[in-house]
Design a protein around this ligand. Sequence first.
Ligand code: CA
Length: 131
Amino acid sequence: MRIHSHEIYLNLHKQVDASRTLGYGEFKFLWDKIKKLVAVYKKHDVDKSGTIDSMELRNATGDAGFQLNNRLLDLIIARYADDKLQMELDDFITSLIRLEVMFRVFQILDNKEKTGSITLNLQQWLLLTIC
Ligand SMILES: [Ca+2]
């Protein structure tokens, strides 16, 4: 696994965590999360190609706890898959960790009234989406 998955998580994590550090508990949480995603990836690589295609991704994301519509699944494939529309393990982990962090950020910003919508200024939008 390349370091990229860790870096993107740490960058996103720092946007959420005011301490801007990664303690042992947070590291263990990240490590456990990665181990879980590796297991999901292996389980849903049904044809044992070593990569995840769009159909396998749909089932894998569902198993990982995400109910995503077709448009979002297509966007994940477009962003993270190769030119043959296959996702390698590192890209799978990166995309799902990013997705989870984005859900978490949304829930934090929507935590007071639980309206299902949030308001961001340009700076906040850029901070959340630049990674
Ligand atoms: Ca496969």
